[in-house]
Design a protein around this ligand. Structure first.
Ligand SMILES: NC(=O)c1ccc[n+]([C@@H]2O[C@H](COP(=O)([O-])OP(=O)(O)OC[C@H]3O[C@@H](n4cnc5c(N)ncnc54)[C@H](OP(=O)(O)O)[C@@H]3O)[C@@H](O)[C@H]2O)c1
Length: 262
């Protein structure tokens, strides 16, 4: 497929790389093209002209910051007629996207930065696509990792949970590493021990149909070491802190969703 990625920054660059890696023809744009030159290594052509990229493409991914969405769609709206537009912008509703690009078939999607390793979670929502087109979009989103169609009312919560999630998980891993340093582990040992524990537990939970609490219970021996650790986590209100983080990020996405774009 011929795909344009408008806004080849952090997420747009990862999207362009992932799609090119699966054999799609990709043109990516940004104003400072020098900063996206690295994509050339993966067969992505980088240009400055958004309209040229959108006219050439069959599917257009929009990865500029939310406050640039209106301006960029103003430039390319004519070229989007009859084409699929996948917006990755946080908090920009389908209704707004349709007002800005009335001829486009609009998809609102929220991936995360794990696109870079093909392990993102992408929630997406759409009201426009025929079944065949939905399959086409899913096959593109799967190049990033797992994806799931959700009602648009859940997109802000997806943003707060998995869109921002890599930041929360990084804080957790960083804390584990610091805990390891505190009890005398060499830095590299603490890092690999923390990361492999995260990866292994994620795989375990993915393959387990029950609740994560059951896995926790399995490894918590009466009078053993783990229960002392768990006791401290509970006292530190870790669950409340994580729930509040997701709640706050979701609320912020909702605020972005209701504001008027410039
Ligand atoms: N960061 C995340 O984890 C994440 C996760 C999911 C979704 N998102 C969404 O992805 C979007 C991008 O986020 P980001 O973190 O990747 O931001 P970013 O790194 O700042 O990328 C945005 C890019 O847009 C380019 N740009 C700005 N104006 C442009 C224009 N007129 N034409 C073409 N390109 C233009 C910028 O490059 P120039 O200045 O060189 O033009 C910049 O590289 C946001 O809407 C965000 O909500 C982000």
């Amino acid at each position: 497929m011929r795909i344009a990625v408008i806004g080849a920054g952090m997420i747009g660059g990862a999207v362009a790389k992932a799609l090119a890696g699966k054999g799609h023809e990709v043109i990516a744009t940004r104003r400072n093209v020098e900063k996206a030159k690295w994509l050339g290594e993966y067969g992505v052509k980088v240009i400055r002209n958004n309209l040229e990229a959108a006219e050439w493409a069959e599917v257009v991914f929009l990865a500029v910051k939310p406050n640039k969405v209106a301006k960029v769609l103003g430039e390319i709206r004519e070229a989007l007629n009859g084409k699929i537009l996948v917006s990755l912008a946080a908090g920009v509703p389908i209704k707004t996207l349709k007002e800005l690009a009335p001829g486009a078939k609009v998809v609102r999607a929220m991936p995360n930065i794990a696109i870079l390793v093909g392990e993102a979670f992408t929630g997406y929502s759409t009201t426009d696509l025929e079944p065949g087109e939905r399959e086409k979009v899913e096959s593109l989103l799967r190049t990033f990792g797992e994806c799931l169609l959700v009602d648009e009312e859940h997109m802000d919560a997806i943003t707060g949970l998995s869109g921002s999630g890599p930041a929360y998980v990084s804080v957790f891993v960083e804390s584990m590493i610091y805990g390891g340093l505190r009890v005398g582990l060499p830095r590299e040992v603490a890092k690999i021990a923390a990361l492999q524990t995260l990866l292994g537990t994620a795989k375990l939970l993915m393959n387990y149909e029950g609740h994560p609490a059951e896995i926790r219970d399995m490894v918590t021996t009466p009078g053993g070491t783990t229960i002392d650790g768990i006791f401290e986590l509970e006292e530190g209100k870790i669950r409340t802190a994580i729930m509040k983080a997701i709640d706050a990020a979701t609320k912020k996405s909702r605020i972005l969703s209701t504001r008027t774009l410039p």
